[in-house]
Every structure is written in C-alpha cells, then in structure tokens.
Design a protein around this ligand. Structure first.
Ligand code: PA5
Length: 441
C-alpha cells in the first residue's frame, strides 16, 4: 500500500517563505497532538475517529446485521456534511457508474426537497419493494433538525411502511445523541448510530455518517480508516515539508495573502468529481467567515472551485490560462486506474488523430495533465500536485484525511474558526420560521 505524494515545486512560493510559517504552525501542530490525547473533547475531535475501535466495532456489527437482511438498495437521506463524504468515497472507490454496473446493493442519495428527485427515487425503489425485496433507509442528520432531511425521511419511512410489516429494522438513524431525531428514532424502534458531539458535519466522513452506508455497499472501511490513520500521523509531523496538510495550507495561505482568492481542485479522474464537491464544502464552510476568532468582522474566504480533467479543459482552460491571476490550483493525478483501456490498432484510424493508436488511455491522460502543467508553468500560474497511487479505499482515506487537516491548519493561519458555520445556521432558522408561518396561515 503506497503513500500519496504532495508535490509543490511549481507553487511559486519560495521555501524560505513557507518555512517562516513554522513557528506559527508549530503551535497548531502542538494543539493537534493534544487533541489526539483529548479524545472527543476537542474541536479537532474528528482526527480521532480513525483510531476509535469501539465505534468501528459497533458500525461493523450494524453493517453485518443489515447486510444479513439482504437489501437490494440503501438510500442515504442527508445533506451537506451528512452525505457528501459518503458519495465522495463511494464514487471514488466503486466508480460513478456503480449503480448501473453492479446490481448487488444499489446506493441512492436523497438530499434535497426536489419533488422530481424524490419521485424518481421512489419510482426506482417501488418495484423492488413490490417484489418483496428490501431497502435500507439511512437518515443522517447531525443536528437532527435539518428541514430537507427530515421531510424526505418522513416520505420514505411511509413508503417502506407500506410494503414492509417489520419495517423498523430496515431503518438506521445517524445523529447526535439526544437530538430530536435521536429520541424519535429510539421511540420508533429504529437502529441508532451516534455522531460524536464535537465532530462537525464536514469532518464526519470517518464517523458512522460515512462508515455505515459505505460498509453496507461493500467498501472496505478498515482499509479506508487505515489510510486515513497513516495520513493523520503524517499530518501531525512538526516539519512543514514532511507534513502535507500544514505544507499545503501554508502555500494556500501565502497565496491568499498575495491576493489570490480562488482555489481550484483539478481532479484528473471522473470518479473523483464528488470528492471535489465534498472538498468545496470543506473549504467553503470552514474558511468562509464573517468574523475572525476575536469577533472582528473580516469577510474572510477563499472561493473553492472544482474541475475535472480532462473534461473541464474543454470549458475552463481558456479562463485558467488566459484569465486573471486570481487562482491557485491543486492537480490530482491518479497513477493507476481500476482498468486499462487501449485505443485500437487500426490503420484506417491513423488519419484521424495521430499518435494514439495502441496507446493506453492512462498514457493519453497523463500526457494531457503533463501538457496542462507545462502550459501553467509557462504562463506563471501557480500549482501543486497530489499523486494518488490509485482509487482504493486506502488511498482515498489518505486524501480525505489530508484535506480535512489542511483545512484545520488553514483556518488557524487565517485566524478563523474552521469548525463552525453560523451563517448556514442563519438560513436554516429563517426557513423554519417561514414554514411555521405558512403552516399557521
Ligand atoms: O457541515 C455542515 O455542518 C453542514 O453542511 C451540515 O452538514 C448540513 O447543513 C446538514 O446538517 P445536519 O447534518 O445537521 O442535518
């Protein structure tokens, strides 16, 4: 099992500038070490999920119990931090077309109150239920009170009830202890999994939030956590050069100080698109802050964008290479795909595009990525690169842990609290007030 690499030669930040951040970052690295000793009592609690054997044993027990019910499908009901990590890992490890390719246990995600989406999900699962097959419903909400999640959950519980007399055993609720959802689930006899209090939504993929549904669909969650654990330990190292999270955060911070306001995560793998969306939330919510830690109004933030290679070169390369100097890019390269595909060796095709016959697609993709990086270098566009050995659970575990710790270090450098999201709460409160008002009209 290989370690992922972080390459920073083209970052356009001088080593001495980065190293100058060491005393500042050492302080936060010390706090991270303290957090490892504090278990779940620290805001950085999520870094301890990867070594929580009690939690893992409990999740694996419930996974085994529910898989024994021989489900045809699992529907994850949750939004934001409650489903983005799960989708990211599932698609990276099993592939974006998993549901079409593999019919063992389908994975469906119900995140928003879009009547057409929910109607389509019901249309997909009704015939399954009508054939006497079963589905697992996993309601995930840290707060236990997110309007979208609860609304969809209620609709889908009623659907399962209609077809399954002993329906309670097919429903799993993942939430904070003592939330309204927690009490409701217990009253109804549903299975309940707990999210540790101080583990926030966008840092919760290695808690039961991600581990349960990923385990049900057959992903090796031991391997996922093993990769994350190795990376957690790397990201606790005192040397910025050996610590990829602190290193990457330092580079982003220094670019931000020079006026770079956009960070693009450019993933050269279609299966990593949802991982990009997960990262977008991680950066958007952790760093985008109205107030700093001293309650001074700062309107801080770096705008996260996500690009997929080579697809988005055909829509965004013009802007990236010709547009304003306001972006810092992290490329993600996958060294080994799940499959090898060759272009046919047929002389008749030679007249179309030269030089590709008999070539492995991976070689073409690498040439495209290398070509983009040469163009970026010639255009003085700063970038770093993450090299993933493959898209195994072990590699993806490393990548997610790297990025979560990077965001903690970046929040620290920018002087904001990376663990809260007061403005997200603000819209939730307004929505609930409007709906209450409507209900009483
Ligand atoms: O990261 C966050 O905290 C948010 O994106 C939440 O995950 C999202 O709003 C869903 O909240 P909850 O899990 O409480 O339903």
């Amino acid at each position: 099992m290989e370690a992922i690499q972080f390459l920073s030669e083209a970052s356009q930040i001088a080593q001495k500038e980065l190293v100058a951040l060491t005393p500042q970052l050492e302080e936060e690295i010390r706090r991270m070490h303290q957090a490892v000793l504090n278990g779940y009592d620290d805001v950085r609690a999520s870094i301890n999920l990867v070594s929580d054997t009690t939690m893992l044993t409990e999740v694996k027990k419930i996974v085994a119990e529910k898989r024994k019910l021989d489900p045809a499908c699992i529907i994850v009901v949750g939004i934001g931090g409650s489903n983005l990590g799960t989708i990211a890992v599932q698609e990276a490890v099993l592939g974006k077309l998993y549901n079409q390719r593999d019919t063992s246990i389908q994975m469906l995600y119900a995140d928003t109150v879009d009547a057409d989406l929910i109607h389509d999900i019901i249309t997909c699962v009704k015939p399954v239920l009508a054939r006497g097959k079963h589905i697992i419903l996993n309601g995930v909400s840290k707060s236990g009170g997110t309007t979208e999640t609860i609304a969809i959950f209620e609709v889908l519980v009623d659907l399962i009830k209609e077809y399954t007399p002993d329906y309670a055993q097919y429903i799993v609720v993942t939430t904070d202890k003592e939330s309204k959802f927690w009490h409701f689930a217990h009253e109804q006899g549903f299975t309940v999994l707990e999210i540790p209090k101080k583990v926030g939504g966008r840092f919760s993929v290695f808690s039961p939030v991600g581990l349960f549904p990923l385990g049900v669909c057959g992903i090796d969650i031991d391997l996922l956590l093993a990769g994350a654990r190795v990376m957690r330990d790397r990201c606790l190292l005192p040397s910025l050069i050996e610590n990829p999270a602190a290193h990457s955060a330092g580079l982003m911070y220094l670019h931000h100080k020079k006026g770079i306001t956009i960070h693009d995560l450019f993933l050269f793998s279609t299966d990593l698109e949802s991982l990009g969306k997960w990262y977008r939330q991680l950066m958007g919510e952790s760093i985008g802050k109205e107030f700093d830690k001293n309650q001074k109004q700062v309107f801080e933030g770096i705008t996260p964008t996500v690009s997929i290679g080579s697809t988005d070169l055909h829509s965004m390369a013009q802007l990236y290479l010709g547009g304003p100097y306001d972006k810092f890019t992290t490329f993600v390269r996958v060294k080994q795909n799940r499959n090898q595909m060759f272009i046919p060796d047929e002389p008749a095709y030679n007249t179309l595009v030269e030089g590709i016959q008999r070539t492995d697609m991976q070689v073409i993709m690498d040439a495209i990525l290398d070509g983009v990086q040469i163009a970026f270098t010639k255009g003085h566009r700063p970038f770093t690169e993450i090299v993933l050995p493959d898209k195994s659970a072990y590699s993806i575990g490393q990548l997610l842990q790297f990025k979560m710790m990077e965001m903690m270090y970046l929040g620290f450098l920018l002087g904001v609290n990376p663990f809260d999201q007061p403005n997200v709460e603000a819209y939730k409160v307004e929505t609930r007030a409007l709906l209450m008002h409507e209900a009483h009209m």
